[in-house]
Design a protein around this ligand. Sequence first.
Ligand code: ATP
Ligand code: RIB
Length: 312
Amino acid sequence: MKDERENRIGIVGLTGQTVFFRTPHLPRPGETVACGEMFFEAGGKGHNQAVACARLGAQAVFVGGVGRDENAKICQKALRHDGVQPCLIEKEAPTAFAAVSTDAGGENFVQVCAGAAAQLCAKDILQGDGYSALQGCKILLMQNEVPAQCLAAVIRLAQQTGARVVFNPAPAGGIPQEIYAGCWLITPNEEEAKCIAGFAPGQDVSDKALCAALHRTGVQRAAVTLGGRGVLVSDETGCSRIPAYCAGRVVDTTGAGDTFNGALCAALLQGMDLKAAVQFAVTAAGISVTRPGAAGSIPTLQEVRGHGSRLL
Ligand code: ATP
Ligand code: RIB
């Protein structure tokens, strides 16, 4: 039977304005640090991941809550500029705002006020414009920057339409356990993976023990990102590591995870298997860390091809 679903990715998440400070070092409590540079960028994990999907060749539609304010217009314009179809649902709260400080070594410190993004509800996904935008998608990509009822609604929608749910459980915490079993793939970073699997932060855990504990919580497949050490992939065939890609000097790792997630979904949408898709995503993320900002650092398909990695 012909697959009638459209060849596109639906992203449910946070979009908002971000201010980036470049500081000589990250401030300690009570300390004021003079910053050499600052710039604004529309972002948020969902926003950035949608942009990554689109820059890497996929059709992408973004669903999120925004305020009735200027920042909502900025976010909408930025999404459209990158070819993402925005479905922004107006709420009685300001559009999300984040502050990111990055030090000279590329280490960062992120604070997010979710505002209107925290008012997105299950109804926005299962009815109305949100539903119209998402119901035709083959992959539904979400992060933990929307309320838990939205995560559950995305899974319910996927169960109705046969879409694959890819869940980037970031930031960690407050995720109902039953969400994991409804996802085709989860993409936590190392600390988020430990949190889901029930280990203490910073605890030394072997790859095998981490993957086994993740699967015990109901996780079907996992791609655990390990920063500069690459990705740990775990599925029905076992667990193995894929090394990170070095594209040059690391300038800013903010949004590396977002580039990884968008690229991964763009590759999966093309029919690549999980390990090949991770390989592609690792190249894209490796390029992003050599540039400042988050959305601004996401490479195009042409740039990733230039580094020898291609889609099918
Ligand atoms: P962020 O929250 O900063 O977006 P994250 O914690 O979600 O990131 P990471 O595990 O830090 O995710 O990074 C995601 C992927 O980006 C890694 O698996 C790797 O492929 C790539 N990456 C991150 N840091 C580096 C680095 N220093 N060098 C090369 N690649 C990197
Ligand atoms: O993941 C990076 C993003 O986190 C930035 O774009 C910033 O907006 C914060 O939400």
